[in-house]
Design a protein around this ligand. Structure first.
Ligand code: ASP
Length: 439
């Protein structure tokens, strides 16, 4: 199966867009007609199957490709150099995202547009949901500063590999095994490497196979999301967006600015990658991120497209991308900054310079700690709110529109990972000149 030059592969993103738009229209129609139950029973499961298939191959893909990648490094110092650069760039771009969010939310002040009646209504309607998010945040709050380090090293390989939420542990195990392979004689390592390389090839091909079903999966995910957010009452979501329109607009404009200006400039001025080739290569990844709201589930697609379409070598993509999916969430950080100031504004609280600085620091940490799954960003938002003394129950104000913003911030998150992977590759001087497929 020759993939990159096959017609279905070239047209992939158009077919996914078709699925997405059709799913959107069907979801709106289903909500308007009261077909919520039908959609949940007969349409949404196809989305779950697509999502599960992607998640299914995430751990084997990261393990196999990272072991192969590290084992192919002749010099282990290269690994620490790439690691240092990657983490520094990840943190820097996240900080920039937060600054953009804070600047916009302070200029526009969307909190003043929420009428008092609506505020009370929202707080009453989402009080229960907000309490469950606060409870989820509690365990994260009790962790010591070095807990993240402890969490990276699993005490059991199978436990780590059986939980998609422990991707950092899988990365650690793969690095560790890869290092072991480099340290033993090549001849002794060969049989093991052959197996791992074989697994790697198989999994990469399976991403292609799963992506054949992406249009159907995306259709079902979109239809299911819309009916579950709107229930059988489309008017509710329209009213919510009306009341929280200014807040949503600030988040969306912030994300757009970050993607176009920050990522655009990185690609344009710091790498030889053309924006067109990057956009074409990343379109299916962004569409899958949008419809799944999970950078973790999108990871196999991100890795496959970065390697095949952007020319990023496996030794970099297999390390930078899983790490990015777990710790680099610029979209989430930007949203968390906007949301925390918005909630304070809506509750009539003024946040001074010190508080905003605290938001900057805690949002960097919170976005690193956010899991790559739908809705994780709002749980970590509780921690940011508490660090600046804003009642965390205030998240009730924004819960109604969170899923929509989640989709957009996840797109930003995966785009950021690929941008940094491109930058690191270009800094290493190993960006492969892949011809962009015609669309
Ligand atoms: N859904 C986001 C992601 O997976 C995380 C979040 O902001 O909730 O990237």
């Amino acid at each position: 199966m020759e993939r990159a030059d096959q017609p279905w592969h070239r047209k992939l993103h158009w077919r996914i867009i078709l699925g997405l738009v059709a799913g959107l229209l069907f979801g709106v129609l289903a909500a308007a007609q009261g077909w919520g139950e039908f959609t949940a029973d007969w349409i949404a499961p196809f989305g779950t199957v697509f999502l599960n298939a992607l998640k299914l191959i995430a751990v084997p893909l990261v393990l196999a490709s990272l072991i192969t990648g590290v084992a192919s490094l002749s010099d282990l110092r290269k690994l620490s150099r790439i690691g240092g650069k990657t983490i520094a760039i990840y943190v820097a771009t996240t900080a920039v995202a937060i600054v953009i969010g804070l600047a916009l939310v302070n200029i526009v002040r969307p909190g003043r547009f929420v009428p008092e009646g609506m505020r009370n209504e929202l707080q009453a309607a989402y009080a229960e949901d907000a309490t469950s998010r606060e409870a989820a945040a509690e365990s994260a709050q009790e962790r010591g500063p070095l807990q993240i380090l402890v969490d990276i090293v699993p005490d059991n390989f199978f436990a780590a590999a059986s939980d998609n939420g422990r991707m950092l542990q899988v990365v650690f195990v793969a690095l560790f095994i890869g290092i072991g392979i480099v340290l033993i004689p090549r001849d002794t390592a060969r049989p093991l490497l052959d197996v791992v390389e074989g697994v790697n090839q198989v999994v990469i091909r399976l991403v292609d196979v799963i992506m054949l079903f992406a249009p159907i999966g995306v259709f079902a995910l979109m239809a299911g999301t819309i009916t579950s957010v709107a229930g059988d009452d489309l008017g509710r979501i329209v009213r919510l967006i009306g009341a929280l329109g200014a807040y949503c607009a600030v988040v969306v404009v912030g994300l757009l600015l970050h993607v176009t200006i920050v990522y655009g400039s990185i690609l344009r001025f710091l790498t030889p990658m053309s924006i067109g080739r990057f956009a074409r290569g990343m379109a299916p990844v962004q569409l899958v991120a949008f419809s799944t709201s999970s950078s973790g589930a999108t990871l196999p697609v991100t890795m496959e497209r970065c390697e095949q379409e952007l020319g990023i070598p496996e030794e970099i993509s297999s390390f930078v991308l899983p790490l990015g999916a777990t710790i680099n969430m610029d979209g989430t950080a930007l949203y968390q900054a906007v949301a925390s100031v918005f909630i304070a504004q809506a509750l009539g609280m003024e946040l001074g310079m010190m508080a905003q600085l605290t938001i900057l620091l805690t949002a960097v940490m919170a976005s690193i700690g956010t899991s790559a799954v739908p809705g994780a960003g709002i749980i970590m938002l509780v921690i940011i709110l508490e660090s600046v003394g804003v009642p965390s129950a205030g998240i009730a104000l924004i819960l109604g529109v969170d899923r929509i913003l989640d989709m957009l911030r996840t797109v930003t998150n995966v785009t950021g990972d690929a941008t940094v992977a491109t930058l690191v590759t270009s800094m290493e001087g190993t960006l492969a000149p892949v011809e962009a497929p015609a669309t």
